[in-house]
Design a protein. Structure first.
Length: 204
């Protein structure tokens, strides 16, 4: 059973439907009792960094999520904003993130004369794996995912970077620190590639 955390900021139904297609059982909940029992967690997210953190605080989920991720070491996948709020801070908001990963979130900024790279970054793009991991092992040059974001993650420690993507600059599109995994893209919108990634997560 994969527990999808509902804090009002994600494509919850799409994620659950994709998990169902790969044969994985899941539930969508903000109930602390259910999250307490979780053996695997997805932290989705669409929207602003500071709003996401405030929602988690309002639901009294920060301490519980810290326990699950840092003490119990359950596998946890952050998607888009979910990845970003696992970081220390963001240029999008003043308050701190969960701080599980030694990383910060930066805003895309391109010169005016750069007409190729719009903000937000929207559309399909490739990822380049940087280390071995069950989620990316065997990915080839055709593997691509769907992105929608104006801010990107910058890891402090090179060893934490799982994959990078080129969009005007090279940014960290995935990280993996022990049981904590982040993906800037939306696997639930990435057709067979996203389905494969969620299947791999369900098999961890």
């Amino acid at each position: 059973m994969i527990t999808i955390v509902d804090y009002g900021m994600g494509n919850l139904g799409s994620i659950r439907n994709m998990l169902k297609r790969v044969g994985a059982q899941s539930q969508i909940t903000s109930d602390s009792v259910e999250i307490e029992k979780a053996s695997k967690i997805i932290l989705p997210g669409v929207g602003a960094f500071s709003t996401g953190m405030e929602k988690l605080k309002e639901l009294n989920l920060v301490q519980l999520l810290n326990k699950k991720a840092l003490d119990e070491k359950v596998p946890i996948l952050g998607i888009c904003l979910g990845m970003q709020i696992m970081c220390k801070s963001s240029e999008e908001g003043e308050g701190p993130g969960l701080g599980w990963v030694n990383a910060d979130v930066k805003k895309f900024q391109f010169p005016r004369e750069d007409t190729l790279h719009k903000v937000p970054h929207i559309g399909w793009n490739y990822i380049s794996p940087k280390k071995e991991h069950p989620l990316v092992g065997g990915f080839d040059a055709k593997t691509r995912f769907y992105f929608v974001h104006s801010y990107y993650v910058k890891c402090t420690d090179e060893a934490d970077v799982l994959a990078r993507t080129q969009y005007g600059i090279e940014f960290d599109s995935m990280f993996a620190v022990d049981n904590i995994i982040g993906a800037q893209f939306h696997p639930e919108k990435s057709h067979r590639f996203g389905m494969d990634l969620l299947r791999r997560f369900s098999d961890i």
